[in-house]
Design a binder for this molecule. Structure first.
Ligand code: HEC
Ligand code: HEC
Ligand code: HEC
Ligand code: HEC
Ligand code: HEC
Ligand code: HEC
Ligand code: HEC
Length: 403
């Protein structure tokens, strides 16, 4: 299909052009510029990594809204969410896409389309475009059903919460800022070039631009060593941590410029003024959501070793809930040889110890910022420590189940 035809199709159905342009990735210039090339060009040589990556949280960090990517149901009665006795939002599938429609006293008032999906591991939230501005939809998806979006009051349905560059900077690979149109919906000043969107946290978001690497390795297939791509091992510890800190150091940071251009080895301070509350004594003030850097940095494990995020995480694979895998990482440092084993080794059997390392020392705690329907999401804390209450709870539950 010719580019012209695609553009014409795009006039009628904006999502079409996105889907097609992703297929055409190889002949299209990446919106980030010619130094970038998009994940499709990594497949030929890194197919295993690529295929695993499609199942990770980083891949689902943002995606175009489609039947496949939206997890919630559009079938009655599961497609209704009542905010209060008079206001209800109904999720509807129409010819032109998927919509959230507000009914006030049974009358349809506002209808907005699902355009972008954020997430898909524990929950999802959705965004819609008004010309070149993005807003969050009032209904999200969590715990297998529709729910009010995190932090949304049930008293009144709100379609006007802006999605800005900060949000995009953590959940997208690129979104070019542009001036808002004269309308400026809901007083939002932020706007984006819709055609510049690069979904997901992709390979080059973490590794930096890859076009030169692809060109060189393709032209020199006998060279088995990587060129024109930053080698992880060549980075200092702080540079390794900053590859993740750019998005995992909390939402309250002051953004100096959009973080999309951050490359491994860059100085993070040029992009973000990271709120430093990582004094060990202050860890209780840090929300468990989104700030793994500060929490980890307040742990003895971190302070007394050279660990970084990839000591425990292989970001290319989905390894959630594989507690034995994580335990093996703990044991690599905490074993008989290193003489810093768990104090409970003589009290608990080896199997019970291994199966619950994470639950006792990195418990899933309630987030104060992700709250839907009065319940807050559980996030594993990265302040690795002794939690006497969790230990009591787990020992009690083990007795109950008779293990
Ligand atoms: C034509 C083959 C080819 C293509 C295409 C390719 N690579 Fe590579 N890449 C290699 C080879 C060869 C190595 C070195 C061996 C290895 O580590 O797998 C490598 C290594 C790497 C490394 C590891 C660097 C290190 O040593 O720490 C990264 C990161 C990387 N590639 C990223 C990418 C990304 C991102 C893309 C897509 C934008 C890509 N590669 C596309 C061939 C390729
Ligand atoms: C561009 C921003 C960005 C960067 C850079 C980034 N992450 Fe993430 N990460 C996210 C977002 C956003 C999520 C949540 C995605 C979702 O589920 O929607 C996430 C989720 C995760 C998860 C949860 C996985 C799961 O299955 O629930 C882990 C672990 C993680 N990141 C580790 C890392 C590590 C380690 C690094 C550095 C090597 C890193 N991230 C770099 C944005 C980023
Ligand atoms: C969230 C950040 C992140 C994303 C996204 C990501 N990587 Fe990596 N990648 C890393 C880190 C960190 C390392 C170093 C890990 C280590 O060596 O322990 C790494 C290592 C590599 C390596 C060398 C080591 C190996 O496992 O062979 C290659 C090749 C690579 N990445 C390619 C890719 C490709 C291709 C994609 C996209 C499909 C991708 N990466 C997506 C963070 C990321
Ligand atoms: C500072 C980076 C950052 C910002 C800003 C940010 N997020 Fe996140 N978000 C994350 C990380 C990291 C996670 C996953 C792990 C966690 O809870 O710490 C996450 C998780 C999520 C999830 C749950 C995903 C899942 O798969 O379960 C949704 C939905 C989400 N974010 C939407 C948003 C939206 C919408 C915005 C902007 C209005 C936003 N986030 C702003 C980093 C960020
Ligand atoms: C890279 C090595 C390393 C890894 C991996 C590691 N730790 Fe540690 N950890 C340490 C060191 C070193 C100390 C400090 C020991 C000391 O002070 O004597 C420590 C301390 C601790 C402490 C004592 C904390 C306190 O506040 O007193 C606990 C509990 C702990 N680790 C649990 C874990 C668990 C659980 C894991 C896996 C999720 C883990 N560690 C992974 C190196 C590591
Ligand atoms: C000592 C091991 C260890 C280190 C180091 C570590 N993590 Fe984790 N991380 C874990 C464990 C264990 C979990 C829980 C996994 C699960 O839910 O199965 C986790 C979960 C996460 C999650 C998902 C949180 C949730 O509950 O949804 C994110 C995001 C994350 N890690 C990011 C990071 C980042 C960024 C770093 C570096 C600052 C890091 N981690 C360093 C062990 C570690
Ligand atoms: C049932 C809960 C529980 C489980 C499971 C558990 N721990 Fe512990 N751990 C504790 C408690 C409680 C302490 C403190 C005991 C004390 O001070 O007497 C402790 C202490 C520690 C310490 C500190 C030792 C020191 O020198 O102060 C380390 C390190 C540790 N655990 C690592 C681990 C690792 C690694 C695992 C998994 C193999 C694990 N723990 C499993 C509850 C648990």
């Amino acid at each position: 299909m010719s580019k012209k035809k695609l553009l014409r199709l795009g006039v009628f159905g904006f999502p079409l052009i996105l889907i097609f342009s992703q297929c055409l990735n190889s002949n299209k210039v990446d919106p980030r510029g010619s130094a970038y090339t998009g994940p499709a060009s990594c497949i030929s040589c890194h197919s295993k990594i690529y295929n695993n990556y499609l199942h990770t949280a980083h891949f689902v960090a943002s995606q175009p809204a489609t039947e496949k990517t939206i997890q919630g149901s559009f079938k009655q009665p599961a497609n209704e969410f009542a905010f209060n006795p008079v206001e209800e939002v109904v999720m509807q599938q129409l010819d032109t896409g998927f919509y959230q429609t507000l009914y006030d006293h049974g009358q349809p008032r506002v209808s907005r389309r699902f355009d972008i999906v954020f997430g898909g591991i524990k929950g999802q939230t959705y965004a819609y475009w008004l010309t070149n501005q993005l807003f969050q939809l009032p209904v999200s998806y969590a715990n297998d059903h529709w729910a009010n979006s995190p932090g949304y009051s049930l008293a009144q349905v709100d379609f006007g919460r802006m999605i800005g560059t900060k949000c995009m900077g953590c959940h997208m690979s690129y979104a070019k800022q542009e001036p808002a149109g004269p309308q400026q919906f809901y007083n939002s000043t932020e706007a984006f070039d819709k055609n510049s969107i690069v979904y997901s946290v992709d390979c080059e978001r973490c590794h930096g631009p890859g076009a030169e690497h692809v060109k060189f390795q393709t032209e020199h297939p006998t060279v088995k060593e990587a060129r024109y791509i930053t080698k992880f091992e060549s980075l200092s510890r702080i540079q390794k941590l900053n590859m993740c800190a750019v998005c995992h150091s909390g939402g309250s940071n002051h953004m100096l410029k959009p973080t999309f251009g951050f490359k491994p080895g860059d100085t993070l301070d040029n992009y973000l003024t990271v709120v430093k509350s990582n004094a060990p004594a202050n860890f209780k003030e840090i929300d468990v959501h989104g700030n793994q850097i500060a929490l980890l940095a307040s742990s003895k494990c971190f302070l007394a070793s050279n660990m970084d995020c990839s000591t425990c995480h292989d970001t290319h694979v989905k390894d959630r809930d594989d507690s034995l895998l994580y335990t093996s990482k703990c044991i690599s440092c905490h074993n008989t040889n290193t003489h810093n084993q768990c104090k409970m080794v003589n009290t608990l059997s080896a199997n019970i110890l291994k199966a619950n390392c994470i639950s006792c020392h990195m418990p899933a705690l309630r987030s104060k910022v992700i709250v839907v329907q009065q319940t807050s999401a559980l996030v594993h804390t990265h302040h690795i420590a002794v939690y006497p209450d969790e230990t009591k709870r787990i020992l009690a539950s083990l007795k109950l189940t008779g293990r």
